[in-house]
Design a protein around this ligand. Structure first.
Ligand code: ZN
Length: 201
């Protein structure tokens, strides 16, 4: 056990910060010290912003996104292509696609991927709601933007089967050479997927 260098309140702050993704005990200590030094400019506003967020955060009942309104900002945006739904595993994937301005469509957050080993089955994911949305009049295409992992692809196959009765085109993300990537550094799986999915130049 390392010796405590500060009172229990500060140690507690450090312990909580250390639970954040990407922060270990050392960087949590550094972050805590930074917050304490900047408690007027940073710590107080951060604390109130967190309190406001706690009070207002809701999960969108339509798509599963996290926002302060339900339906969420994305769902009520009428400038988005209403005929396309992008299926993602987590809210972080939705936010990543939005950050990249990858597509101007609507989303459906599954809340994870199928994983028999971890005991995650179809009933644990928002798949029924997706199938219901796919039967809606407007939806013409479902893009499966899932991880290129075994669980991600198992989930993609399962969803494709479930969407069999809906009149929609089901597509998935391309696999291949990343932008700026050098062939020599790619793993065999990525290289062979890129060759198989080659496109006309
Ligand atoms: Zn939404």
């Amino acid at each position: 056990m390392p010796t405590a260098v500060a009172g229990p309140e500060i140690e507690r702050l450090i312990q909580l910060l250390a639970r954040l993704p990407g922060l270990g005990p050392r960087s949590a200590r550094r972050a805590a010290l930074h917050l304490i030094k900047k408690r007027e400019q940073l710590m107080s506003p951060l604390a109130s912003a967190m309190q406001v967020a706690i009070d207002k955060i809701v999960v969108c009942k339509t798509c599963g996104n996290i926002d302060t309104q339900n339906p969420c900002t994305v769902c009520i945006d009428t400038r988005r292509d209403q005929s396309v739904l992008v299926v993602v595993a987590d809210v972080s994937d939705l936010w990543a696609l939005e950050r990249a301005h990858a597509i101007n469509a609507r989303y459906h957050v599954l809340g994870g991927t199928l994983s028999p080993l971890d005991g995650v089955g179809p009933q644990d994911l928002s798949i029924d709601a997706l199938v219901a949305r796919a039967h809606g009049e407007e939806v013409k295409e479902i893009i499966l933007a899932l991880n290129a992992t075994v669980d991600g692809q198992t989930t993609a196959h399962y969803i494709t089967d479930m969407l069999g009765g809906a009149n929609v085109k089901v597509t998935r993300l391309a696999h291949g050479v990343p932008v700026g990537g050098e062939l020599d550094y790619l793993d065999e799986g990525t290289l062979s997927a890129a060759i198989k999915q080659r496109t006309l130049f």
